[in-house]
Ligand binder design. Structure first.
Ligand SMILES: [Zn+2]
Length: 280
């Protein structure tokens, strides 16, 4: 499958949710609009309610209204949120699929193909959400969560290069995070968790959480903050300093100088350093 640049992963979705939340939470609603069939019947009741929270589960977003209904949305590849001043809709050819217009800002979702209305208490049982593994951006998830999962027979015999993209293992990890997490953990993409020693397995769990949270904090920059600072100072552009290995094939590893390799894992390109991530 061909991947466009910048396909959103968990951190990008969470940042979009933060923006939507800041724009509309607690605000009186002027208008609710649904652009997909069958949903407009919910609009009137939502117009009398207020948005109380915008949650994310991996790449899915859930907008909770205080009268008990929630709107589930998944952006897939093309969905995009905008927050704008009231009625200042962006000039775009995209289709408006869901809009929450308040007295403060409007939150507009374009092009998303999956939008559903459900009761708040049913959100966890939603077929997509219920199959998701823990989300490393959630407060109640930590390194121990993933250390345990890496020892779980359901996952421990899988190649990590494939495993990390499985949303049932960890929610929200996509292609760039996968390569970056494995690099910082020093783990070869063909390795299986059960073949790693305890320290390495623990390090992999730690980097899974750390690098995902770093990407959320920095807006997608995953390389070490000190190195990023230095490379910026040297005049590198975002595309150059952003990642340690991702999309850096044939370039020297920033840690050891070896040439970065790439290969397909789960039909998507994975990048690694053959010296920092030796085969086991
Ligand atoms: Zn290296």
């Amino acid at each position: 499958m061909c991947q466009a640049a910048g396909v959103p992963e968990g951190p990008e979705i969470r940042r979009a949710a933060d923006k939507v939340q800041a724009a509309i939470v607690g605000r009186p609603i002027r208008q609710i609009f649904f652009g997909l069939p069958g949903l407009s019947k919910y609009a009137r009741a939502m117009e009398r309610a207020r948005v109380e929270e915008v949650q994310t589960f991996g790449k899915a977003m859930v907008t909770h209204f205080d009268h008990g209904l929630s709107v589930y949305s998944h952006n897939q590849l093309y969905g995009k949120w905008y927050t704008v001043r009231p009625d200042q809709d962006p000039a775009t050819n995209r289709q408006l699929r869901f809009a929450v217009r308040t007295d403060h800002r409007d939150a507009l979702l374009y092009s998303a193909s999956t939008i559903e209305v459900l009761r708040r208490e049913d959100v966890r049982d939603h077929p997509f959400i219920s199959r998701l593994g823990p989300d490393p951006l959630h407060d109640d998830v930590d390194v121990t969560t993933f250390s345990k999962r890496l020892r779980d027979p359901a996952f421990s015999g899988r190649q990590v290069g494939t495993l990390l993209l499985e949303q049932s293992f960890a929610a929200g990890i996509g292609n760039y995070l996968r390569s970056e997490i494995l690099f910082f953990a020093g783990v070869h993409p063909c390795a299986k968790p059960r073949a790693l020693d305890g320290n390495t397995r623990r390090k992999l769990a730690q980097k899974l959480v750390e690098i995902t949270r770093r990407a959320y904090a920095t807006g997608g920059v995953t390389d070490e903050p000190r190195r990023v600072k230095r490379n910026k100072k040297d005049g590198q552009r975002r595309g150059e300093y952003r990642h340690a290995v991702f999309r850096r094939v044939k370039q020297p590893c920033r840690a050891c100088g070896a040439t970065i390799s790439e290969a397909d894992f789960s039909s998507r390109r994975l990048f690694w350093c053959p010296r920092c991530q030796p085969a086991v």
